[in-house]
Write a protein that binds this ligand. Sequence first.
Ligand SMILES: C[S@@+](CC[C@H](N)C(=O)[O-])C[C@H]1O[C@@H](n2cnc3c(N)ncnc32)[C@H](O)[C@@H]1O
Length: 260
Amino acid sequence: MLDSPSRPTSSATSSSGPSTSTRRNRKQGGDGRRKAVNRLVENDLIRRVSYDEYREKVRDVYAGPKGALLATCSMLSLHSPMGERLFRKQKFSLDGTKSILDVGSGAGQIVKHLLKYAPSDARIVGIDLSPEMLRRARQRLRSDRPEFFSADLTHLPFADESFDCVTCGYVLEHLPDPRTGLRELHRVMTPGARMLLLTTEDSFGGAWTSRLFCCRTYNRDELREMCHECGLSWHRELWFSSVHRLLRAGGICVELVKPE
Ligand SMILES: C[S@@+](CC[C@H](N)C(=O)[O-])C[C@H]1O[C@@H](n2cnc3c(N)ncnc32)[C@H](O)[C@@H]1O
């Protein structure tokens, strides 16, 4: 008796490649190995010590040579030019913004783009945990326009609903629990405000970033869930370029919105 054409025999299956369940098992095995390798590379300090101890370590890291080289590293890794492209091409639009908060300004990499692309009457405020990084930002930008404050993302020195736009580049990975920062950002955002969030992903490249800067990484799906939990909707994922999208090389880049 002939087999029904809709039910392939085992020989037909093997000649047309592995079955769906075999492929799924292989993929799960591959994902498991990849995660195990990434865990070996990643820095785990953030999980081992208290937040106060970890924060001191972060201040030390950025006060030292890594902080001094941050602006150069952002150029060489293309993060800075690719970040500028997001504003220039209006993938993240600053049109109509009145008050912008840049969180974890570092050497002023994002503030530099804000000075160039934000409306000329918009207030630009930057905060950073590291006074030394703020000194470097001021020195590099040579502009009186941005207001800088030394502050922790989890305790922002601003009233509720102060900003209609937030940029937060590669800072959230320095929090053991991102929700402590996301809730605080939600508090200072006006209803309808938008946020450009850039952060380190749980990829191989991300694991090396974690090792270099003593930070954690994020799983994209888990982070999306946590944003929703904190009242921020994951409006749309952004990509620096088609290569970024293909290789997932540039980390997580997303526009978040505080609903009206
Ligand atoms: C990798 S740099 C990011 C610089 C810049 N935003 C960019 O997009 O390239 C991270 C910065 O976040 C700051 N930072 C780390 N933890 C922070 C916290 N809890 N609150 C505020 N700033 C923090 C560090 O001091 C450092 O300057």
